[in-house]
Design a protein around this ligand. Structure first.
Ligand SMILES: [Zn+2]
Length: 124
């Protein structure tokens, strides 16, 4: 059984311990409940949380270096393929889609992707 990390609803810090916790501190909780509703912020926050979830799914599926995994497995880990941070094209022309420092590439099997970790040379 893999447990998903959860994040403070206000500051998005990863929460340790009890899985039903929503905030890292009582301070965050009161800030969250006292803030003015702002739909732009909520929208951005929702996407940020999904991209974090995606990174966490990729990391869980690929703890070391590279791994080819099924898309369904990633979806079960909480991955939503719509959300990314950036893309990178290798010299060989392969296009990788990243969520922070973890990326994936479509392989010949349409149900699978190759996961990689970002390397320094990819920044150039
Ligand atoms: Zn917090």
């Amino acid at each position: 059984m893999i447990t998903q990390p959860s994040y403070c609803l206000f500051c998005e810090t990863e929460l340790k311990g009890r899985s039903d916790k929503q905030f890292c501190t009582p301070h965050c909780k009161s800030l969250y409940h006292n803030r003015k509703p702002n739909s732009d912020e909520a929208y951005i926050r929702g996407i940020n949380q999904q991209i974090r979830k995606n990174r966490s799914a990729l990391r869980t599926a690929c703890p070391l270096g590279k791994a080819t995994v099924s898309k369904n497995f990633l979806k079960k880990l909480g991955m939503d393929f719509k959300y990314l941070t950036h893309s990178w094209k290798s010299n060989g022309g392969n296009l990788y889609y990243f969520c922070y420092d973890y990326g994936y590439m479509q392989v010949d099997d349409p149900n699978k992707v190759l996961i990689i970790q970002q390397q320094q040379y990819m920044d150039k």
